[in-house]
Ligand binder design. Structure first.
Ligand SMILES: [Zn+2]
Length: 545
């Protein structure tokens, strides 16, 4: 017996010394991965603003990196919470459970915010803004897998103005997530991660950069007549800040601040991006990211373009100016990474959590089919209809284009749930602006393979979603007539940029269709680590050979 084992052992060592190394045994790896999400960025902004961009921001990413020009979200709703979660988990709300930013929770009868966690408290704040964690995400993230694969030696930190955009990317076992509390003008965290803010975060907050950024009017970076990619500054498709009579430059921030949320107002200006960039640089410096043997990960999300899109829309001078300034912020960040760690040691990717349509009222004036749905009225009409039919109020909530029926009353009255769902669906189907309506029973029993029904199914979570799911016609939204919103399965909401740059990335581009769920799968292959545990995406073949 001993003899046999000895032979096997010597054979084994012979094989190893002969240099037969498995192909994945000695890969080089990046010192740092920097994930950049731009909140509400359409892929066409790259081209639209190209001539105005400098050489060192978006253009540098495209000219030196790999641009997946046809990257799409593969579920609805295309919102911020689900978007960030899907990028980092490699799967859709059907699996990770973040079905919206906020949803009706059957168990409690209340609304659940996607990053809400009442078991934790704020750190660096006494406001409710700190009661946040990733517990509602049911799966691991690529950042979780990186930490676990390195026995927690890899550092993972998420940052953004929006809490959900810092928390969801950083995952469950992150070292930290930091987000902005506008009531005090500071970056904060929660007891989920730590008991006190690190000294360097406290020092950063003491600099009161939000106040400095807001101490001057927001004027255009270039002379305003050069903003030829946008419609005229003075138009009726833009929201007014409180205290403004026209939505035009310059926006007098020092004067407008008090009536518009104080230091929270920085969110709706390009300076929200600059503040995030300043903080990102401090994170890399003070946490020594990329300086140990393990690969670290910094997840950054730039939230301001979304606030600006919601207020002024994609065709506004405001959004163009925001992107020109974001371009400069990106350039500064990339330059800092270069000098700190070297481009070849850092893997950067940039994408978006969703895109956005033109302002629907603007499209209507151009005679393009578009419109507005009043979901509140739809809800009231449906309630009345079902009450007349069944003699009881059967609707608990309508939110995120989903109807939640009262299962208890339906059971007590010995009604068939499927029948009530179908009656509700048939009623809603007749309403203006509605494209299609699907019941939860159908979702549970059939598998759609393409089109908007497929995207609705990928966003449907059997435990958390409603009884009836509604899709509107293209360019129809439930929103105010100024600014824009998003959430649909149409390409104006799903088509986002995706650029990989730096470590091991060869320059190029592709128009082949890939999906947002492929990002985490691709990162896992590049880093030779496990896929996130709910991952349904595939590594992008031209990036991973
Ligand atoms: Zn938004």
């Amino acid at each position: 017996m001993k003899f046999t084992l000895g032979i096997i052992c010597s054979l084994f060592s012979f094989t190893l010394t002969a240099g037969k190394v498995p192909p994945a045994a000695a890969p080089s790896k990046p010192k740092l991965v920097v994930g950049i999400v731009v909140d509400q960025m359409r892929y066409d902004y790259i081209y639209r603003y190209w001539d105005k961009f400098g050489n060192d921001g978006f253009r540098r990413l495209v000219n030196e990196g790999f641009f997946c020009r046809n990257t799409n979200y593969n579920y609805v709703p295309t919102y911020t919470g689900p978007g960030h979660t899907s990028i980092y988990t490699g799967t859709t709300p059907a699996v990770h459970g973040i079905i919206a930013n906020e949803w009706f929770d059957r168990k409690t009868g209340k609304y659940m915010y996607c990053a809400e966690d009442n078991a934790v408290n704020g750190v660096g704040t006494s406001s409710g803004e700190g009661k946040r964690s990733p517990v509602n995400n049911l799966t691991t993230t690529i950042t979780d897998e990186l930490r676990i694969s390195s026995n927690m030696k890899s550092k993972v930190i998420g940052i953004a103005l929006k809490d959900r955009s810092a928390i969801m990317p950083a995952g469950h076992v992150a070292n930290a997530a930091y987000w902005y509390d506008g009531s005090i003008g500071s970056f904060i965290s929660s007891t989920y991660y730590m008991t006190a803010l690190p000294g360097w975060v406290q020092e950063f907050n003491k600099k009161e950069l939000p106040k400095k950024y807001m101490s001057e009017p927001w004027n255009t970076l270039l002379p305003i007549d050069q903003y030829t990619e946008s419609i005229q500054d003075d138009n009726k498709y833009e929201s007014l800040a409180k205290g403004e009579s026209k939505s035009v430059f310059p926006h007098d921030l020092p004067k407008l601040m008090a009536a518009n949320g104080g230091l929270n107002m920085i969110r709706s200006t390009p300076f929200g991006n600059s503040l995030t960039k300043d903080f990102a640089i401090e994170v890399i410096k003070n946490e020594n990211l990329g300086k140990s043997a393990a690969t670290d990960f910094l997840a950054i999300s730039f939230s301001s373009p979304d606030y600006i899109g919601h207020a002024w829309g994609p065709n506004s001078v405001e959004q163009e100016d925001d992107y020109l300034r974001l371009d400069k912020d990106l350039a500064e960040l990339l330059k800092f990474i270069d000098t700190q760690l070297g481009k070849d040691n850092v893997l950067v990717f940039l994408t978006a959590d969703h895109a956005a349509p033109e302002v629907p009222s603007y499209l209507m004036d151009l005679k393009v089919p578009a419109g507005y749905v009043d979901e509140g009225k739809l809800n009231a009409d449906l309630k009345n209809y079902l009450k007349q039919m069944y003699g009881d109020t059967l609707v608990l909530s309508m939110s995120n284009q989903q109807v939640f029926l009262n299962h208890k009353v339906i059971e007590d009255k010995k009604l068939m749930l499927q029948q009530v769902q179908e009656d509700a669906a048939a009623f809603i189907q007749k309403m203006d602006g509605v494209s299609e309506v699907i019941t939860a029973t159908t979702m549970n029993n059939a598998a759609f393979v393409e089109g908007s029904r497929y995207l609705m199914q990928k966003g449907y979570n059997a435990k958390r979603s409603g009884d009836v799911l509604i899709n509107y016609l293209p360019a129809w939204v439930d929103y105010q007539k100024t600014g824009t919103t998003h959430g649909s399965p149409y390409s104006y909401d799903t088509h986002v940029p995706l650029i990989f740059y730096g470590w091991n990335i060869k320059q190029g581009s592709s128009a082949e269709q890939v999906y947002i769920t492929d990002v985490a799968a691709t990162l896992a292959m590049m880093l030779n680590i496990q896929f996130p545990n709910g991952c349904t995406g595939k590594p992008i073949p031209f990036l991973v050979k």
